[in-house]
Structures are given as structure tokens and as C-alpha cells.
Design a protein around this ligand. Structure first.
Ligand code: S3P
Length: 185
């Protein structure tokens, strides 16, 4: 692998983190389109390669297998690519190795949502999110808060409450442009 320390700020991968259903995929695609960069959704890559959906993988191979797989995919992207816009699964940042690698080699952007706002989206997302199954609403709130303290480790945070994905994506692009300008060689 080449020397990652030599990578310029504008070439670093942009990694989107945040709780499930916050809009990482939609917003990531919009950012990638505006910047004419490739978009990678880790869950979609896994689904494509294994020929099964994430809920099917949880059911047939177990969560531990999924976590190991997502780690391999994310580490590989961090170590071997540049200039990508990458959407991570909401649970991946709980793995310390992933967190460390992303924070040291990429620009990590946290898409934030309030619990009140997120709760309103629950019906739309619960079916395809096995980690939410068999949890009470209080347990979901606890998971939300636990994850939030982990997402606190980021380079930039963007608010998503009551905002269209286009607006959020625009903010991210503007922020990146300022950052790239500041770090011009
Ligand atoms: C998960 C989030 C999902 C997916 C899997 C586990 C989690 O991704 O990786 O169902 O533990 O939060 P999204 O954040 O894209 O929903």
C-alpha cells in the first residue's frame, strides 16, 4: 500500500457516519454527483458481493459475520482508495479499528438527527434494520444515545432535522471546498 501520509486533503475519502435512516446513502450520492466523484455504500457493496440483503446476512450468517465483513470492506477502502464518497453502516463506527482508521485517513462527517425527529422515521426503516428488531422504543433510544457518543468523534457535523437531503449535501460540499482551500499545498 502507498504512503497514506502523503495524501492531500482534497484527495482524502469522505466518510459519512450517523444513525441508521439518517440519509447517509441519499446525501452521499448527492455529494458525489456534485463533486463528480465515485460513491460507495458499504452495505450495498456487501449485498452485491454476497448476493443477499443485510437482513438476510444477519439471519443466515449472524451479526458477528456481518461486522467482520463490514470491517474488511471499510479498511480496504480506507487503505486502497482516494477521492471516494463513502457511506458507512450506522453500527460500523462502534468498532474501534474502523473508527481509528477512518479518523486518521479520511474526512469523517457526522450526519446528526435528533431522537424526536428520528422516531418519526421509524416505520419506514424498521423492516430492513435487523438491529432494531425485538427492541422496545426505550431500548432504541438507549442505542441511539450510545451511538451518538461514538459519532461524537468526527471531523465535521451536519444537522439533518427538517432539512431536505439536497440542502444537507450542499452544506457538505461547501464545507469541503473551504477545507480543501485551507489545506491547499
Ligand atoms: C446497522 C445499520 C445499517 C446496516 C445494518 C446494521 C447498525 O446501515 O449496516 O443493518 O447497526 O446501525 P444504515 O446505517 O445504512 O441503516
Amino acid at each position: 500500500m502507498n504512503d497514506r501520509r502523503a495524501i492531500r486533503a482534497s484527495e482524502k475519502n469522505i466518510v459519512l457516519i450517523g444513525f441508521m435512516g439518517v440519509g447517509k446513502t441519499t446525501i452521499g450520492q448527492l455529494v458525489a454527483k456534485t463533486l463528480s466523484r465515485d460513491f460507495i455504500d458499504i452495505d450495498q457493496e456487501i449485498e452485491k458481493d454476497f448476493g443477499m440483503t443485510i437482513p438476510e446476512m444477519f439471519e443466515q450468517k449472524g451479526e458477528a459475520f456481518f461486522r467482520k465483513t463490514e470491517k474488511e470492506y471499510i479498511m480496504n477502502i480506507c487503505e486502497n482508495t482516494t477521492c471516494k464518497i463513502v457511506s458507512l453502516g450506522g453500527g460500523s463506527f462502534q468498532q474501534e479499528d474502523i473508527r481509528k482508521k477512518c479518523l486518521e485517513s479520511c474526512i469523517v462527517i457526522f450526519l446528526d438527527v435528533s431522537w424526536e425527529n428520528w422516531k418519526q422515521r421509524l416505520d419506514l426503516l424498521i423492516e430492513n434494520r435487523p438491529v432494531l428488531h425485538n427492541r422496545t422504543i426505550d431500548e432504541m433510544e438507549q442505542l441511539f444515545n450510545e451511538r451518538r457518543s461514538i459519532y461524537a468523534l468526527h471531523h465535521s457535523r451536519v444537522e439533518t432535522d427538517n432539512r431536505e437531503p439536497e440542502e444537507v449535501a450542499e452544506d457538505i460540499v461547501d464545507m469541503l471546498k473551504v477545507d480543501w482551500e485551507l489545506h491547499q499545498p
